[in-house]
Design a protein around this ligand. Sequence first.
Ligand SMILES: Cc1cc2nc3c(=O)[nH]c(=O)nc-3n(C[C@H](O)[C@H](O)[C@H](O)COP(=O)(O)OP(=O)(O)OC[C@H]3O[C@@H](n4cnc5c(N)ncnc54)[C@H](O)[C@@H]3O)c2cc1C
Length: 436
Amino acid sequence: MIVVGAGIAGLAAAGARAEAGRRVLVLEARGQLGGRATAFVDRATGELVDNGQHVLFGCYHETFTFFRRVGADAHVRVQPSLEVPYLDASGRRSVLKCPQLPSPLHLLGAILDWDALPWSDRLRALRVAVPLLRARRGLGLQTGDETVSQWLTRHGQRGRLREWLWEPLAIAALNQSPAEAAAAPFLRVLALMFGPDPRDASIVLPTTPLHEMYALPARRFIESRGGEVRTHALARVHLAGHRVTGVDVRNESSGASRIIAAVPWFALAQLFTGASSLMDSTIAAASRMASKPIVTVNLWYDRAVMEDAFVGLPGRAMQWVFDKRQAFGERASHLSLVSSGAGDLVGLDNEALVTLAAREVAESIPGARNALLRRGTVIREKHATFSLAPGQPLRPAVETPVEGLFLAGDWIDTGLPGTIESAAIAGHRAAGALLK
Ligand SMILES: Cc1cc2nc3c(=O)[nH]c(=O)nc-3n(C[C@H](O)[C@H](O)[C@H](O)COP(=O)(O)OP(=O)(O)OC[C@H]3O[C@@H](n4cnc5c(N)ncnc54)[C@H](O)[C@@H]3O)c2cc1C
């Protein structure tokens, strides 16, 4: 049995199959495992640098199942409860911190105690309590073409509460502007984060570079169960009529008849050879899905500049900054600044992006004001996630009309935005469907 693609979805699927005692072959086109959640060596410093900061939440239950299975759960740090430090434009620090209360009262308690907001804004948060509780029960999720912005307005969310909490959360979770993204996936994220267990809202940060965090442990797990993970293995899957008839990697062909294609929407059309009209509509829909970018700027200063491991910068182009020194220890000495939904920034050149990021750091982070910036790099992930705008093509299920062919990846119809958790759910679903 073959899994094509060694991102989260492919490795989660292969890990589940391996655990069930099946021999799996994973084929990955690149030289590196991890797909959109990976790391590489920065040549100038020798440090391992993530292709973009990844934040997980306590509610990523399928992801943690995958991590525990392959022994990756020790490579993350989980907050005891949601705690988010912010720095305003002048560098004033405030913290949104959930008290020990049942969920979602803990969020309301945190907002009521958050001195960055005027009292009128804090009280406004009470108006989302009912829609949130309904969303937890699966109600009110049919929002049609309503966008996140429209939903927030309908529920009276405005002012600083909206600018500092809901909009940054929506942009981070959906990688798209709230004015553009559909409300339904945002509500699903809120329903999961503020579900019955208060720790579901906790922020979870990797303590190692991404491919070391989960991809290498997954590879070791699969290999320890008799499977194989091959890199530099761009695969083409043969379809004939209603069946899979084989997989080609360079000049080698295998007669495999059961495949999990864990490739992203933008790579699906190139995956297949042969003739089967059964996949035409899925391929056409995948090709029509729009992509959304994330821009990351990494900055190396001559000293440690941050008090917190990460901090929100409301109103800034770079919405979050992470101190990789605090995350990875001595092996890293850079800050990683993230701009999600970065359609406006992605076209700027590297110098402009580094200058912008360094200015925002100097203005917001008091410790950076006298520090010397030694180096800045930029990573543009143009296909970071798929668009959640109303009217985008429907997302497919893992099952396909072709016998032996299953799909996986964050873009499968999990109801969630393009996230690690969506990819892990889809990987596990595909593995489960194949076992049936
Ligand atoms: C910069 C950035 C920041 C992000 N931040 C977050 C975050 O904070 N939290 C979060 O939850 N999510 C985040 N995401 C989203 C998350 O990374 C993705 O949802 C997830 O990694 C998708 O995994 P996947 O397995 O579905 O796809 P991918 O990671 O894209 O894996 C697919 C793999 O298939 C391979 N492949 C494609 N075609 C072939 C072929 N023909 N043969 C062989 N191999 C092939 C690709 O090379 C790739 O390795 C972020 C993404 C980016 C880019």
